[in-house]
Ligand binder design. Structure first.
Ligand code: ZN
Length: 429
């Protein structure tokens, strides 16, 4: 049970792309039903919301705050340039946010080659304190305080063992969250976990990677134990939000983030919003890619998971008589010598590519970020998947499909957990 503490750690979002689109549009999201309150966020989230005179003022304030999330601390002049309005138009909005404690002004800084009054960078004030992210995975639990700009400020981690009972896991998660919460104020706690839960009472309906949590009341326990609102979301969706808000796809309007490990899950962002249809999320792992194929855990045949998951790969390792076939990873196949392992790897790449191409064909999304055990296959497997996707892209004349193995990998989910409470704090202005 190795605890890892990293105080004031380097920003995971440190690899922030400098060339993000200067869009004034906030990355609106659809909430995945917090406990007892399902449904989308108000601003930008509800398709039928009308814009009124008063909501314009609120929208402008929200846009200013989202600009800081995306770009970090900004002077008034930089802010005006990014939202493409005269500085005089930004000034009263900023003044209101300063008066309400949503913003504070930093130390004056003289910029070289500039004359006149030194600028004072604007950043979040005490009314929007940093979110806390809790990430539950099959092998670990992480609790972290994330800055409003997507930097990990403080972090605690504990490993999970498959033998742990539900009560042990629940206690561990609550303790880790409480410990981080004790270090300062927060705008809310985001929970990213691989579970399907009852939105009315928070009970876990299924949790495939951690079967001990089936039927668990972790969510209501967490809510009761913490003096803060808890915002749960599915782990694959958290990956997508983390990548879009703070990660490798920062500012991207359309993308799919996939978790490819024991199963296959995806979070899909379309036109800037994490996609859901009436609360239903894509179950891409159970898209049929092989008619009359192998039986899936869901009871149907030929699901993508039956050929693209670790289970398939480990079955092949068993056929090759590998001694530890039940724990084999794509990385093991990359390192293994001989044509037999190479052939399995080729087939695995093809199996992953077929689902990606299907998603691109159905959704029009061209940007895919892959996470999970698949990433252990490194550049070799990444190149194979890209090659297979390029060969399988069925419609002539459509833009290229970009597939990357995520460098943030699971950290993207941690950052994504922070996005929901932060969005609520900003949009509750
Ligand atoms: Zn299935």
């Amino acid at each position: 049970m190795g605890r890892v503490e990293v105080a004031q750690s380097a920003a995971l979002g440190g690899a922030r792309p400098q060339s993000v689109a200067l869009t004034p549009t906030p990355p609106a999201i659809w909430a995945q039903g917090e406990l007892g309150l399902g449904g989308p966020l108000g601003f930008g989230g509800h398709p039928s919301a009308l814009v009124t005179a008063s909501s314009i003022g609120s929208s402008n304030r929200i846009r200013v705050l989202y600009c800081l999330v995306e770009h970090g601390p900004l002077s008034r002049a930089d802010l005006a340039r990014i939202v493409r309005v005269p500085r005089g138009s930004v000034a009263p909005i900023v003044a209101g946010l300063l008066a309400d404690g949503m913003l504070i002004e930093g130390e004056a800084r003289l910029e070289p080659a500039k004359t006149g009054k030194p600028s004072r960078p604007l950043w979040f004030g005490p009314a929007i304190s940093p979110p806390i992210a809790v990430q539950v995975q099959a092998s670990r639990v992480v609790s972290a305080r994330i800055s409003q700009g997507g930097h990990v400020v403080q972090r605690l981690e504990e490993t999970l063992s498959p033998k742990m009972r539900a009560s042990e896991i629940e206690t561990l998660v609550v303790d880790l969250a409480r410990e981080i919460l004790g270090t300062g104020p927060t705008c809310g706690v985001g929970l990213a976990w691989p579970a399907v839960w009852d939105h009315a009472d928070g009970t876990v309906l299924s949790c495939t990677p951690i079967p001990a949590l089936n039927g668990s009341t972790l969510l209501p326990q967490l809510t009761a134990a913490l003096d803060a609102r808890v915002f749960p979301q599915d782990d694959a969706r958290a990956l997508a939000l983390g990548q879009q808000w703070f990660g490798e796809a920062r500012g991207t309007r359309n993308l799919a983030a996939l978790q490819i490990s024991a199963g296959i899950g995806a979070g899909v962002v379309i036109d800037g919003r994490a996609f859901a249809a009436d609360g239903q999320f894509p179950e891409v792992g159970h898209m049929c890619v092989q008619l009359d194929g192998a039986l899936c855990a869901c009871g149907r045949r030929g699901c993508w998971e039956t050929v693209g998951s670790l289970e398939w790969l480990r079955r092949q390792a068993g056929r090759l008589n590998w001694p530890n076939s039940e724990s084999a990873t794509p990385g093991d196949f990359v390192r293994a010598p001989g044509p037999a392992a190479a052939k399995v790897l080729e087939e695995y790449a093809r199996n992953i590519a077929v689902g990606l191409v299907n998603m691109a064909t159905c959704l029009g999304v061209r940007r895919f970020l892959l996470h999970g055990e698949v990433v252990t296959g490194g550049q070799r497997l990444e190149a194979m998947v890209r090659d297979r996707v390029a060969r399988g892209a069925c419609l002539p004349g459509t833009p290229d499909i970009q597939v990357d193995f995520s460098k943030l990998n699971q950290e993207a989910g941690l950052l994504g957990a922070a996005a929901l409470p932060l969005a609520h704090a900003i949009e509750g202005v």
